[in-house]
Design a protein. Structure first.
Length: 354
């Protein structure tokens, strides 16, 4: 089995925390889509005949596409074999009619980028929707018939308190969605938030508070029946993201679009993250993976998941100190990070890779 990731880099505006490749040149959308379709025609053999199980349209903001462009993409891709077709969306782009069209095109999983339910905080981080729009987008999607909905939340936002985060979690868990992704804010060098931090306009949340926020979402989500199947992801049983899980278990995938990455089990390649270059000639770089690379990636990715790292891969003596500290436990012939271990997962991984 295999997956396809389609990168849609267009955004109406750029968020203050965003460090991903994106562009606000919306007039380039149709030309970009034509280049993307051409890339698909040129690279269909990349997956070596593996049936495509998942398709994921990410960004950027895929919901910023014109419906005709979105239709062309999905009609070209092998949607008939796909069990899961996910599309990321911004709440401000969605209305009832558009959601009906998206569902009619075969999208059966919607991932809505909410981030938080506080208008002042949303404005501070450069989001262009309101809390009301976020809630209404979820409710409209449910009325249209989407029964596999995911929402994104960010914690550790500038000057955010634990009490504020608890309110966000409560609202999220009342929406009746099947999947929640939560990410701790990282203020990257090239972002607006970094400039504001340097100027003293905002303050970062301290690490202890961030850890408390993480512990809270873990506790609350699991109390509502969500499975904490990956360090940043919670799903009701059988609603884990099939596509994202393929990244963590080594399933091959093809990445289409500027900046998109591909993996065939032996090498990784990535398209140059440049809009104009992609439209004109689609340049890419490639890296052949060594046995050491593959070993290290298994450690880095497996320890993020509830399945854990196979005990056959790593030496028990190497991981014993973390077991004694209560950061790792052994379950079903696998080493799994405890919640305490998840707080320092990068440190654990660095001690194990070679």
């Amino acid at each position: 089995m295999a997956g396809i990731y389609v990168h849609i880099p267009f955004c109406v505006s750029r968020c203050a925390y965003c460090d991903f490749f994106s562009t606000t040149l919306l007039e380039k959308r149709s030309a970009y889509v034509q280049a993307l379709l051409q890339e698909w025609n040129e690279r269909q053999d990349y997956l070596q005949g593996e049936p495509v199980r998942t398709i994921y349209l990410g960004g950027g903001t895929p919901s910023a596409l014109k419906m005709d462009d979105l239709r062309q993409i999905l009609e070209a891709l092998p949607t008939r074999t796909a069990q899961e077709i996910t599309m990321e969306a911004n709440p401000g782009d969605l209305d009832f009619d558009k959601l009906q069209e998206i569902r009619a095109l075969g999208v059966n999983r919607l991932s809505i980028g909410i981030q938080c339910f506080d208008d002042k905080m949303l404005q501070r981080i450069g989001r262009r929707h309101t809390a009301k729009q976020a809630i209404e987008a979820v409710q409209m999607a449910q009325r249209v018939g989407f029964d596999n909905l995911s929402i994104d939340l960010i914690y550790g936002l500038p000057e955010q308190t634990l009490a504020h985060w608890q309110e966000q979690v409560a609202t999220a868990l009342q929406l009746g969605v099947q999947h929640i992704s939560t990410y701790c804010l990282s203020i990257e060098p090239s972002t607006t938030l970094r400039q504001q931090l340097r100027a003293g306009i905002i303050k970062e949340v301290d690490e202890d508070t961030e850890n408390s926020m993480y512990d809270y979402i873990c506790e609350q989500a699991q109390s509502k029946g969500f499975v904490h199947y990956e360090i940043s992801n919670f799903a009701l049983p059988n609603f884990e993201s099939k596509h994202n899980s393929s990244y963590w278990d080594g399933t091959p995938y093809l990445g289409l679009g500027a900046g998109a990455h591909s993996y065939d089990g032996h090498s990784r390649q990535w398209n140059i993250p440049n809009l104009e270059q992609y439209i004109q000639e689609r340049l890419f770089e490639k890296e052949e993976l060594t046995e050491t690379d593959i070993y290290n990636e298994k450690i880095m990715l497996s320890l993020r998941t509830a399945k854990g790292l196979s005990a056959d891969i790593v030496n028990e003596q190497q991981i014993r100190p973390w077991i004694e500290r209560g950061c790792i436990v052994k379950k079903n012939n696998a080493y799994v990070a405890t919640q305490a271990g998840q707080h320092i997962l990068n440190t654990i991984i660095e001690s194990l890779i070679i």
